[in-house]
Design a protein around this ligand. Structure first.
Ligand code: C2E
Ligand code: MG
Ligand code: MG
Length: 257
């Protein structure tokens, strides 16, 4: 026990209480980060949640999503994210814009909701949107928590025409036999590997190996957190297909996107 620990626990408790209000008071906002192909074409965007927390400014998900994930709050937040993405897509289309497909991050608890595919289908149907406008990203560790259940649920989404990604690849434990059987379309290399590839040969080797493995399983490879020209050159040389790049586009509010 230490005063710092106590303070961290109090902060967590405060966040948990405030998150309930945040949903009621409409304090969440989605930013969108483009994903680029090798030729610079935008292949889709990722929806990333932020919280306009009173007295704290705009909070990044690392501050509050882990707290929300400890309870059913994450399910409510997940429902808000889905509804907000659907609303935004409808708005873009109604404004005559060509809407990009939007990738939504799913948490482990959402993967346990057998009603999730119906919820998503119903949201798409009532907004008159085609399913391929949505994509879902599942963290490696969450997919592997119960691969059979994940496979069943994700398979239903895939059957609807929704593309699926395995997120933060390399940070958790993967069973390669499950990786082969889970219905993913693309694999996202975690930015912790990308960060060091220009000066750590082991990370470069891991990234090259991951790309080769993914390609042989028929998966598209997306690198996250590409910040420098050197990283981009190495990734391109290693045959990486797509990139999320801070220096090209940070996560942006919808109007700026
Ligand atoms: P993620 O899904 O791996 O999202 C990518 C993160 O990498 C985002 O951080 C993004 O801002 C960051 N990033 C992208 N390019 C760069 C770069 O070039 N450099 C650096 N340093 N960072 C880059 P963010 O927005 O803070 O999100 C963190 C995590 O929070 C996400 O990781 C995701 O796991 C979670 N998250 C975000 N939104 C949601 C949501 O709506 N629902 C759930 N369940 N989780 C979410
Ligand atoms: Mg993601
Ligand atoms: Mg990621």
């Amino acid at each position: 026990f230490s005063p710092e620990l106590n303070q961290a626990a109090m902060e967590r408790l405060a966040i948990e209480h405030q998150l309930h209000d945040a949903l009621q008071r409409d304090q969440f906002v989605l930013h969108y980060q483009p994903r680029l192909a090798r030729d610079g074409r935008v292949t889709g965007v990722e929806a990333l949640i932020r919280w306009n927390r009173p007295g704290h400014g705009l909070q990044l998900p690392g501050r509050f999503i882990p707290v929300a994930e400890e309870s059913e709050l994450i399910v409510l937040i997940g429902e808000w994210v889905l509804a907000e993405v659907i609303r935004q897509l409808r708005m873009w289309l109604d404004a005559g814009l060509s809407a990009p497909s939007v990738a939504i991050n799913l948490s482990a608890r959402q993967l346990r909701l057998t009603s999730l595919p119906e919820q998503i289908a119903e949201a798409l149907r009532s907004a008159g949107l085609p399913a391929p406008l949505l994509e879902f990203e599942v963290m490696e560790s969450m997919a592997m928590e119960n691969p059979e259940r994940a496979s069943l649920l994700l398979g239903r989404l895939r059957d609807m025409g929704i593309r699926l990604a395995i997120d933060d690849f390399g940070t958790g434990y993967s069973s390669l036999s499950y990786l082969k059987r889970l219905p993913f379309d693309y694999l996202k290399i975690d930015r912790s590997f990308v960060a060091e590839i220009t000066h750590d040969n082991n990370d470069l080797a891991i990234v090259r190996g991951t790309i080769a493995l993914a390609h042989s399983l028929g998966l598209t490879v997306v690198a996250e957190g590409v910040e420098t020209a050197g990283q981009l050159a190495l990734l391109t040389g290693a045959d990486c297909d797509e990139f999320q790049r801070f220096h090209f586009a940070r996560p942006l509010p919808a109007d700026e996107l």
